[in-house]
Design a protein around this ligand. Structure first.
Ligand SMILES: [Zn+2]
Ligand SMILES: [Zn+2]
Length: 183
């Protein structure tokens, strides 16, 4: 399958890098998340634009450490008042890659986040795809203080304070008071 041109910066020639321990390779990619077929959970925000990925790969003696700075624009709605909310999620992910069959993969490394690579090329697309799916905010808020919509009268309590809950409580107490008076 042909590699889309915009995904090429997410391919790293591991064999070449491992010939020069300490060598670094950097690249930038701009990815359309729609093309990655991300699975978005219910209540999760949607990607709202192109995802930027800045890659820095550093060769060790037997592995390659890859740092990806991923910026994910997203859009959703406030879980309390339903107004549109949006933002950009920025994360750094670090992965280590080893040639498959090099003997270190099944080893007893403490930092077991090691990915075995078949062939010469590290492909960062799966990691970027997974990062997008994990990082899209679930049930965001327009603000931590969002007062939400009144479940009784439907008023947006951010726009104007709503007295519903107070009134209900008052009525209940009033009825109780009445009862006591009747006794
Ligand atoms: Zn809100
Ligand atoms: Zn109300």
């Amino acid at each position: 399958m042909a590699i889309p041109p915009e995904h090429r910066p997410l391919r790293i020639n591991m064999v070449e890098l491992l010939r020069q321990p300490g060598a670094e390779r950097t690249s930038d990619a701009t990815i359309d998340p729609v093309a990655l077929d991300c699975v978005i959970a219910e209540g999760q925000s949607q990607p709202s634009g192109l995802v930027d990925v800045v890659v820095r790969a550093v060769a060790g003696t037997d592995d390659v450490e890859v740092h990806c700075h991923v910026s994910i624009p997203w859009a959703g709605e406030c879980r309390r008042c339903l107004v549109p909310v949006s933002g950009t999620e920025r994360v750094e992910i670090v992965e280590r890659y080893l040639p498959a069959g090099s003997g270190h993969v099944a080893g007893s490394r403490e930092d077991a986040e090691v990915i075995a690579v078949e062939g010469d090329q590290i492909d960062l697309v799966p990691v970027v795809r997974e990062t997008i799916m994990i990082e899209l905010p679930v049930a965001p808020l327009c603000s931590p203080e969002c007062a939400g919509i009144c479940p009784l009268c439907g008023a947006d309590r951010n726009a104007a304070p709503c007295e519903c809950s107070t009134e209900v409580r008052d009525d209940r107490w009033a009825a109780l008071d009445q009862l006591r008076l009747d006794d």
